[in-house]
Design a binder for this molecule. Structure first.
Ligand SMILES: C[S@@+](CC[C@H](N)C(=O)[O-])C[C@H]1O[C@@H](n2cnc3c(N)ncnc32)[C@H](O)[C@@H]1O
Length: 198
């Protein structure tokens, strides 16, 4: 496991921006997953999109450990992981206009009104994501939580820097190649449908 840690985990230096060419050894486009959890998505998507580089950022070390178990030193050369609490300061670590695609899959919904301030999707955070995305970059968000889906949509409807992909703002029909994560599988068993927003 140590060998995997050494290869896949990027040790963060908060004073220095990441140099993706140095990290991956090539100039392939960068796809970023925020809150990568136990790694179902990044471990599968990176095999499908083998010509993209994938960075998964996750707050909890135990989940990084679970993700490492799904990664193979030979097959996943295009994947790296980083342990970090992501917020609007992400611009200090990730260079401007460096990311082709950002995935946020089932961000914690913080359902109680008094906890809404903890939600990841807030205008300041979206400002930061806009900065790190390339022109015509994609931000893709999935949630199982209807009220959070509407909260997210409301934020994007008031901004003119992002174009909303789906006519109604989101879809409940999984697109082709949709990957079911640990969290989605758990929620589906409980009867929830995910909302996908782009
Ligand atoms: C509900 S889980 C979803 C995990 C995974 N995407 C899935 O669908 O199974 C949310 C994940 O985001 C991580 N997380 C929450 N806030 C975060 C933050 N600010 N920065 C990085 N990771 C965060 C949590 O530790 C957790 O693993």
């Amino acid at each position: 496991m140590n060998e995997k840690r050494n290869f896949f985990e990027i040790k963060i230096d908060k004073e220095k921006q990441l140099d993706f060419r140095e990290i991956f050894g090539n100039d392939n486009p960068i796809h970023l997953e925020i809150g990568s959890g136990r790694g179902e998505f990044i471990s599968l998507k990176s095999l499908l999109l083998w010509n993209k580089n994938f960075l998964g950022i996750e707050l909890k070390d135990k989940r990084i450990e679970d993700t490492l178990k799904k990664l193979d030193l030979e097959k996943h050369k295009n994947v790296r992981l980083m342990r970090l609490f992501v917020d609007e300061n992400i611009t200090k670590v990730i260079p401007t206009e460096s990311i082709e695609h950002i995935y946020i899959i089932h961000p914690d919904p913080w359902p109680k009104r008094k906890h809404h301030k903890n939600r990841l999707i807030q205008n300041d955070f979206i400002d930061a994501l806009y900065k790190i995305l390339k022109i015509k970059g994609i931000l893709e968000i999935n949630t199982d939580h209807e009220e959070y889906a509407l909260w997210i949509l409301n934020i994007f409807r008031q901004r003119d820097d992002f174009k909303i992909f789906y006519e109604d703002g989101f879809t409940t029909i999984p697109p082709e190649g949709h990957i079911v994560t640990h969290f989605e599988a758990k929620k589906r068993k409980e009867g929830f449908e995910p909302f996908l927003e782009k």
